[in-house]
Design a binder for this molecule. Structure first.
Ligand code: PFF
Length: 449
């Protein structure tokens, strides 16, 4: 058994978990999902999902990890043993490891887009750019498989380089400065968007309470995104929880992380939509949204090239810390179960995921016409499969395991809540979250039929 490292204190755990949660999901995905799914209806359901499903299940996932003190697969086996139930629960951990690698397959490609935009910003490509030019620049990037390949490769090497060294690699220290820096630069961006963009329209688009616009598809996507955004349902948070010392409050830590994660995403959304409406861009532009809208802001503001470069650097950093957590469950399992060294395991998995990424990046150009299921491209299939099915399924099973299979005392031992709070958690974990997830799955099956 490999030596298990531990987080030095609550802050490092919190920052690492926040580092996992805060990533492309907030800055790239949430804003375009809001646009694609009809604006405020999506935002409202998303916030509800974070509070009623995301927060309780994040607590669940951390408590499972801390109790098990192992990688997700063996950890679930240990917990199943302790609960005197079937060892098949370990496959829940196994599913999470695979899910993480599937997500990284496309995450790395988008991480590559961000890297390429650091250079574009630094070169001054955005100076005085118009909406149409900005869209054309982005389309040109997507149309070049070779450029995408280079950046995807750089991103993978960066990610695997850190993973190979282990969790206490200094990255957590960098987190300390860079996450607050990301917030700070976002405020600058928001200030700029407020002064030149159409903030009223953005606010109306994101926050007007119009229940009639809530569609089943928006609910499905919002739930899936709550999981994606908080890194839930695949064991990443469980692994981080397993490195967490016992004297730290799971509930408080979870609430802070969830609030920071959600606020950040919504602030980026506001900044972007103010620009989108002022520049007559398409709110439902899809995955290219931030790459088309933000350069316009950077291209016109004072010090724009510098601020743009910094912004994309911080986004790349946020993506990097998330990407690492996508591989950590699988690596923890391999190193704790086989004689394979951490470095070799990292290279092996890295090559597999890199190949998957190559297929994803080709789906934006050469293989655009290739449809896997229901008319979805390779990228869309991976994204939908992981966000709307695998992550919520993982979360559902974890909730059921902790709620109905584990001994109540063991759960309470880890959560250490007062009676009222414990009742809250139990109601949300045992009833509300499972019903919400099941309802969404039932709807999905209806649609597929
Ligand atoms: N939460 C990350 C983001 O919002 O970008 C993505 C992610 C990381 C999802 C790790 C799942 C995970 F296990």
């Amino acid at each position: 058994m490999a030596h298990r490292s531990a987080w030095k204190n609550r802050w490092t755990f919190m920052l690492a978990t926040a580092g996992s949660a805060i990533g492309l999901g907030n800055i790239w995905k949430l804003p375009y999902m809001i646009g694609v799914n009809g604006g405020s209806a999506f935002v409202l359901v998303f916030i509800a999902c974070i509070f009623f499903v995301g927060i309780p299940l994040m607590m669940t996932e951390i408590l499972l990890g801390r109790r098990a003190q192992k990688n997700p697969l063996d950890g679930m086996a240990t917990l199943a043993n302790e609960a005197k139930t079937s060892l098949h629960w370990k496959w829940l951990g196994g599913m999470g490891m695979v899910t993480g690698l599937l997500i990284l397959g496309f995450y790395s490609v988008i991480g590559g887009w961000v890297l390429s935009y650091i250079i574009e910003a630094a070169r001054g490509v955005f100076t005085n750019v118009t909406g149409a030019q900005s869209t054309a620049n982005f389309d040109a990037l997507l149309a070049s498989p070779l450029t995408l390949l280079c950046w995807h490769t750089v991103f993978m090497v960066m990610t695997m380089g850190v993973v190979a060294r282990g969790v206490n690699s200094g990255l957590e220290k960098a987190n300390n400065i860079l996450i607050p820096a990301l917030f700070a630069i976002l405020l600058v961006l928001l200030g700029y968007s407020m002064s030149v963009g159409d903030m009223a329209a953005a606010y109306q688009f994101m926050f007007s309470l119009d229940f009639s616009k809530i569609t089943p598809v928006a609910v499905l996507s919002a739930l899936g995104h709550a999981f994606f955004s908080l890194s839930l349902g695949m064991g990443a948070v469980m692994v981080y929880g397993s490195y967490l010392k016992r004297d730290i409050s799971i509930a408080r830590t979870t609430v802070y992380i969830a609030l920071a994660d959600t606020m950040l995403g919504l602030l980026v959304g506001l900044a972007i939509y103010a620009l989108v409406f002022a520049n007559h861009l398409e709110p439902s532009a899809g995955p290219g949204l931030i790459f088309q809208s933000l350069p316009i802001a950077f291209g016109h503001m004072p010090w724009g090239n510098l601020i743009g470069t910094l912004f994309f650097m911080l986004v790349a950093f946020a993506a990097w810390t998330s990407a690492i957590s996508l591989v950590e469950p699988a690596i923890a399992w391999i190193t704790e179960n086989t004689k394979i060294k951490r470095a070799s395991a990292t290279v092996g998995l890295g090559i597999m995921v890199w190949l998957l990424g190559v297929a994803v990046l080709l789906s934006f150009n050469e293989w655009k016409g290739v449809k896997i299921v229901f008319g979805l491209s390779i990228f869309e299939t991976l994204d939908k499969l992981t966000s709307t099915i695998l992550l919520p399924l993982g979360g559902l099973l974890m909730a059921i395991f902790a709620g109905y299979w584990m001994k109540k005392d063991h759960v309470q031992d880890e959560l250490n809540l007062n009676d009222a709070h414990f009742k809250w958690w139990r109601t949300l974990n045992n009833i509300v979250a499972p019903i919400a997830i099941l309802a969404v799955f039932l709807y999905l099956f209806e649609v597929i039929k």
